[in-house]
Write a protein that binds this ligand. Structure first.
Ligand SMILES: [Zn+2]
Ligand SMILES: [Zn+2]
Length: 150
């Protein structure tokens, strides 16, 4: 889904970040990263493992987990806990929110600058320092609504 130029930029970013963090860019890490950029969306570690298995048959799911955790620390992906049950990795690290279909579990991005820039309720200030705000909207997606009507 992403064009050639974009993935080259991503690759450059990956190399630079690994360099700065003193992390070796191993073949496995590189392949996992490429797979991540190829799938777009919000893949789970299991999905990445399944897909990468074709290229690297000996790779363990633990390696995929660890690598994704490293990428999360580097800011290359964002770890998401959807509805407190699934851990997904968001390849889109810009500020955005999610619409989650409770039926097919599809996750879609929502941009909502009004929300991002809005003043939080006073009560939040009394609770502590806000680091980020992420909104999950739960519903049934159009695809599922249309299938159910048939
Ligand atoms: Zn759906
Ligand atoms: Zn997202």
């Amino acid at each position: 889904m992403q064009n050639e130029k974009l993935s080259k930029q991503h690759l450059k970013q990956l190399k630079q970040l690994c360099n700065e963090a003193g992390i070796k860019l191993t073949h496995q890490r590189l392949e996992i990263f490429k797979e991540l950029m190829a799938v777009c969306d919000h893949p789970s570690a299991e999905l990445i493992h399944q897909r990468i298995h074709k290229k690297l048959p000996t790779i363990a799911i633990d390696t995929v987990y660890r690598t994704l955790a490293t990428f999360d620390e580097l800011g290359l992906v964002k770890k998401l806990h959807i509805m407190n049950e699934r851990t997904l990795f968001d390849t889109n690290v810009t500020i955005h929110h999610h619409f989650i279909c409770t039926h097919c579990k599809k996750v879609e991005d929502i941009y909502w600058s009004d929300f991002d820039n809005s003043t939080l309720p006073e009560v939040v200030k009394g609770m502590g320092k806000v680091q980020s705000r992420h909104l999950e909207i739960h519903g049934v997606c159009n695809d599922c609504l249309n299938t159910n009507e048939k």
